[in-house]
Design a protein around this ligand. Structure first.
Ligand code: SF4
Length: 410
């Protein structure tokens, strides 16, 4: 049996945060129920096509999955277990946002086999939470935290963001200290990105350009200050016993997020739900991102006998794609070159880097024969090290990760 991960997208949030460019929006309970009904159809459909795959991780992300009522969430899990071969030791994560979590919901997650929670805190400072447009306070986060532990969740991630407008490294240090005091098993520490199409973009786009150019900024931290925050994160979390295993991800030993590590190691993953992406056997699919279209297409899928799709087995690619369905807005067969590029720039996100033997086993050639010049250049600049059969970024390379990874793109 082959392995695959499963991602399920819940695109609903109580309110859109001012910096967010994820596929998420507010919706009433009737719209949520209609969406979940469509999702159940999609799950059943793909469950039928993925009989040969063992699901190693399930990740319910968003959006704010914890906003769904427990009945809808239980129905999602019931469908997953009924139609997929979920491994006994699968890592099963649900993303939660403070202000939407109740003891009843957490109890329902437990019953459904959820083994891991990922909680969006972002900051412990009430002014920063307000500026970000978050719906919750720090006190509400603490309540969520308490509920999670009481419900028996012993593998919990906390998301935080640095580089916020008006933030200094000293101010960010307070958030870090308050987080480690709780001893979560995992911390995702991101740096704020100013994304087009968000209120933050309208407010801070000129500052973002200045920041990138190393100039004096008005609202955002300067490039130097943002770098200080990144280094502070590394130092504080390391001292508190966390291992940085990816550019933005830290875990206590044994608690790395297997689902995300799977993306960086180019495992198969099936994405289900609005706008979700999949990569199965080096073909990438992306679902439509219009809610009405998605629900309507799922309805049509429902009316078709599933065998009508399965009959096409053996065909690949956008034209006669057995795996795909009308739900896909795009499908792309990755070329061998694209696979190698992804292998390198995703693998190098992880601090342990990539195994040379694994590259050779996957592509039939040593990495050095494809990337001789790039590897030599990055090594010469002390951004990369090749040792004990692995190619990995150095600490300096991690600081300049975007530059290093771009060097592997043709
Ligand atoms: S809660 Fe998360 S997904 Fe929802 S709007 Fe805020 S940042 Fe975006």
């Amino acid at each position: 049996m082959k392995n695959s991960e499963l991602y399920i997208h819940i695109p609903f949030c109580v309110k859109k945060c001012d910096y967010c460019d994820f596929l998420s929006f507010a919706a009433d309970e009737a719209a949520q129920a209609e969406y979940v009904h469509a999702l159940l159809t999609e799950l059943e459909f793909y469950g039928g096509l993925m009989k040969d795959y063992r699901i190693t991780t399930v990740y319910v992300g968003g959006g704010t999955p914890s906003w769904l009522n427990e009945g809808l969430m239980s129905a999602v899990f019931e469908r997953v277990y009924r139609h997929f071969h979920v491994a006994d030791d699968a890592e099963v994560t649900v993303e939660c946002n403070p202000g939407t979590v109740t003891a009843r919901k957490l109890a329902a997650y437990k019953r459904a086999g959820v083994s891991r929670l990922s909680v969006g805190l972002q900051s412990c400072d009430s002014g920063e939470l307000k500026l970000l447009g978050r719906i919750h306070s720090y006190a509400q986060f603490l309540k969520t935290w308490e509920l999670a532990r009481e419900a028996g969740f012993d593998n919990v991630n906390v998301d935080i963001i640095s580089g916020l407008p008006y933030q200094t490294a000293e101010k960010f240090a307070v958030t870090l200290q308050q987080v480690i005091r709780l001893r979560p098993e995992h911390v995702s520490a991101y740096t704020l990105m100013i994304e087009p199409g968000t209120p933050f973009y309208d407010r801070y786009k000129f500052d973002a350009v200045k920041q990138e150019a190393g100039m004096q900024t008005e609202f955002l931290p300067t490039e130097d200050e943002a770098y200080r925050m990144y280094k502070l994160t590394q130092r504080v979390l390391k001292k508190a016993g966390y291992v940085q295993y990816e550019i933005s991800n830290y875990a206590r030993p044994g608690f790395l997020c297997r689902h995300n590590a799977g993306y960086w190691m180019r495992e198969n993953y099936l994405g289900v739900g609005l706008g979700a992406s999949s990569m199965i056997e080096n073909v990438r699919y992306t679902n439509v991102s219009d809610l009405e279209a998605y629900v309507e297409l799922c309805r049509k899928t429902e009316r078709l006998p599933f065998s009508a799709f399965a009959k096409e087995e053996g065909q690949r690619g956008p034209a006669g794609d057995w795996f795909g369905s009308s739900l896909h807005a795009a499908a792309e067969v990755l070329t061998r070159m694209a696979q190698m590029e992804e292998y390198m720039f995703l693998g190098l996100r992880m601090t342990e880097g990539v195994a040379r033997a694994d590259f050779e086993r996957t592509f039939g050639v040593p990495a050095e024969s494809i990337y001789r010049d790039v590897l030599a250049e990055l090594k010469e600049k002390q951004l990369l090290r090749i040792a004990e059969g692995r190619i990995a970024l150095t600490d300096r390379g991690l600081d300049l990760a975007n530059y290093c990874m771009a060097r592997f793109l043709r």
